[in-house]
Ligand binder design. Structure first.
Ligand code: PLP
Length: 399
């Protein structure tokens, strides 16, 4: 086969999908997979959700793009609904998570700039974080593997070890603008920040007079059973980046902020060609229709509990394969005792898709619309994969 003309940036699996419906994906050669990766927490409502398809088709017939030079009714509505449902007063629409984070970082720095404290630019983040792949967000994430070879790390980011409160406190000085964290680290391996930590962060930011930014790109939009994961801790950030699930598969992100935090972001300070265009907004609003509907999030919570319990049973039954199950709602992670890449291949053989993460974890993040029967099917397939892996280990030991 001729070599691909694409950049070699992705280690792609040897799978090509032709269509999807609900939690199911079908390959070009007709094999069906239960999708517990959901495009890395993107397909919040599964594949080809009829309400999303209808919204996109209807908008496609009317108007695709006009630019942010003009009023966009769908964008106003989308922002208003997000503000009504959250801590936020203001919204900036983007096309991706990294762009939402860029906006969050700029918003925090401008906040201090317009208050006459331009030296407050530093963003404190936590080891194991992932905030995107732009130059600023790889600096924020602080992971050497993503920074290597791309020149000087963008200044203004410092990182402290996960769970080290003293280091966090010590990292705050007169140059600090904000603390930026994921309530549950996604790429880092489904590592939740305990509720007390999230509350402690809020208190620390208030005490130091700095801003709290949450990256809810992966945890947001119902994934953990609340609209946003920080709600479990009963606190709110000043700024929040979202993406992934809010577009349900359409490239869409947003930066949300309080009136006060967004005060510096006046006309001309930020912009995007595509962010929040009519097509994206039709889908974003349609996603909100479903997620904000009465009882939807409660169902996610109930399904999340069931799935976690069932996976805990699988972990107990296969101690050579798994160490633990962790996470919240339908954002779960299986910490593996075998290399997660090897187990991922077994998952695929068993007809279930997952996605790896740091700390040797496999993520289990099905569409939020998964049914109870499909949850059972997912657990069965994961069990099959675990057994196959065990057989492989026993064979290896016998040889
Ligand atoms: N922040 C978090 C927590 C993420 O999980 C991701 C993507 O995985 C990003 C930011 C970056 O989002 P995007 O890939 O849409 O730029």
């Amino acid at each position: 086969m001729a070599e691909s003309s694409l950049y070699r940036t992705y280690n792609r699996a040897d799978l090509e999908f032709a269509r999807g419906e609900g939690v199911w994906l079908e390959t070009t050669d007709g094999r069906r997979f239960l999708d517990c990766a959901a495009g890395i927490a993107v397909n919040s409502l599964g594949h080809s959700h009829p309400h999303l398809v209808a919204a996109l088709k209807a908008q496609a017939d009317k108007l695709w793009h006009v630019s942010n030079l003009y009023a966009i009714e769908g964008q106003e509505r989308f922002a208003q609904r997000l503000c009504e449902a959250t801590f936020a007063d203001k919204v900036f629409c983007t096309n991706s998570g990294a762009e939402a984070l860029e906006c969050a970082i700029k918003t925090a720095r401008r906040y201090f700039y317009v208050r006459g404290e331009p030296e407050r630019v530093t963003i404190v983040t936590i080891e194991g974080a992932f905030h995107g792949r732009t130059l600023a967000t790889i600096a924020a994430g602080g992971q050497e593997k993503y920074l290597e070879g791309f020149g000087p790390k963008a200044p203004g980011f410092v990182q402290v070890p996960f769970g080290d409160h003293d280091a966090l406190r010590a990292a705050i000085d007169e140059t600090t603008a904000a603390i930026l964290v994921e309530p549950i680290q996604g790429e880092g391996g489904i590592r939740p920040l305990p509720t007390e930590c999230l509350r402690g962060l809020r208190a620390l930011c208030d005490e130091a007079g700095i801003l709290l930014i949450f990256d809810e790109v992966q945890t947001g939009v119902g994934r953990t059973g609340k609209l946003f994961a920080h709600e479990w801790a009963g606190i709110a950030p000043d700024i929040m980046a979202i993406a992934k699930g809010i577009g349900g598969g359409f490239p869409l992100g947003a930066c949300l902020a309080t009136e006060e935090a967004a005060a510096g972001m006046v006309a001309g300070t930020h912009g995007t060609t595509y962010g929040g265009n009519p097509l994206a907004m039709a889908v974003g609003n349609a996603v909100l229709d479903v997620i904000l509907a009465e009882g939807f999030l409660e169902e996610v919570q109930a399904k999340g509990l069931k799935l976690k319990q069932a996976l805990a049973g699988v972990v107990d039954a296969h101690p050579a394969i798994f160490e633990e199950v962790r996470g919240k709602g339908l954002m779960l992670g299986l910490k593996c005792r075998v290399p997660n890449g090897d187990l991922l291949a077994r998952f695929r053989e068993a007809g279930v898709l997952s996605v790896g993460a740091g700390d040797n974890v496999l993520r289990v993040m099905p569409p939020l619309t998964i049914t109870e029967a499909e949850l059972g099917e997912a657990v069965e397939r994961i069990e099959t994969a675990a057994k196959a892996m065990e057989t492989g280990l026993e064979r290896g030991a016998a040889e």
